[in-house]
Design a binder for this molecule. Sequence first.
Ligand SMILES: *[C@@H]1O[C@H](CO)[C@@H](O)[C@H](O)[C@H]1NC(C)=O
Ligand SMILES: *[C@@H]1O[C@H](CO)[C@@H](O)[C@H](O)[C@H]1NC(C)=O
Length: 422
Amino acid sequence: MDYESNSWIRDGVYYYPQFVGGLMLTAALLGLSSSYFGGIGLFSLPYIRSDLGIFHKKKCQKKRIRVFMDGCFDLMHYGHANALRQAKALGDELVVGVISDEEIIANKGPPVLSIEERLALVSGLKWVDQVIVNVPYAITEKFMDTLFNEHKIDYIVHGDDPCYLPDGTDAYALAKEAGRYKQIKRTEGVSSTDIVGRILSSINDNKACEDHSDTILCGDPSKGSQPKGARISQFLPTSRRIVQFSNGKGPGPNASVVYIDGAFDLFHAGHVEILKSARQLGDFLLVGIHSDQTVSSCRGSNYPIMHLHERSLSVLACRYVDEVIIGAPWEITADMITTFNISLVVHGTVAESNPLLVGKNDQYAVPKSMGIFRMLESPKSITTTSVAQRIIANHEAYMKRNAKKAESEKKYYAEKTHVSGD
Ligand SMILES: *[C@@H]1O[C@H](CO)[C@@H](O)[C@H](O)[C@H]1NC(C)=O
Ligand SMILES: *[C@@H]1O[C@H](CO)[C@@H](O)[C@H](O)[C@H]1NC(C)=O
């Protein structure tokens, strides 16, 4: 993809080329918040810079605080989403820098997701106001000047985990010296390493199953096996976290409610795209997230990789989603349609294969008979399995780079302990 040729508009995101500290380009995401879209179907409007100008004049006499947070956002999970949520709370506008593929390769090893996929995931988060694409790995003095002067950034935000450059220096030292650094707490219970571990262990379990060709044990939860991915998770769902991720608003009067359901396991760019398409068909998007039991009964006991509450948070963090049903039933009943006043049920054309589904009832029989069911062209061909396969293919490089990171963290804490012990 040629980022440099022209300004271009894609997916409601206005990209404009800009020469910043080398060859860096900027993408301004001028979608305001998902509630802004409510009822007016503004999706087709191109968001241009002048819109933001008007918004500023109207809305703020006082200067708005702009905070910046950067990252690789490879294998994005709700921990990243939570970090960006916290960063946004430190100011009025959140600008996110997505590190380029080249910089990640040079500093950590190859990323699993391409820049387009990482960009789609970050832009899809409801707390993100603007995205700068292809930022450098290190915040150099030059890049910091660009952030402060051109992008009018007030603070640079990072998590409380140490971040080192290959030469061992603190990546945020300059911002700290300038007094323009703020720190947030890292989200407990999840890390990319942990997710990779779950994927690998699910593959190993799969192999073990194949070896014994014991499909009953592996595939049928009613025979007593438990969803394994979910069992490995250290995440403790709290109602507070769910509230933090929620919009807290129901559909307005006369709103047409669109319903889409699925596993939404390993939330990826394909999910963002299908949710966006679904949202455009109505005023309010309700997403049904299948329970761990339901997912394993369709895909095998190694699935889901992320458990129900983790999957719910990832979906809730998406700007196109208004509400989720945590543990939605497999079959859509007439009762559900009435209760939630669902006017349209949609399903993507690209879906995960559900090998254990054969012989089950059509989950969409009721909405089909009511004439309110529609297949939705999936804009991307990514599936949970295809992401998992890339992660496995990339596994060695991934492990190496994480070992390196762990080493530098160990060193950091050892030094810290040493100093405070003096
Ligand atoms: C809802 O629809 C009714 C009937 O079409 C209309 O009278 C009413 O003004 C609408 N309410 C809103 C808030 O749009
Ligand atoms: C139910 O949805 C329809 C649109 O499909 C809307 O016109 C109607 O007002 C909604 N009913 C309620 C009670 O919200």
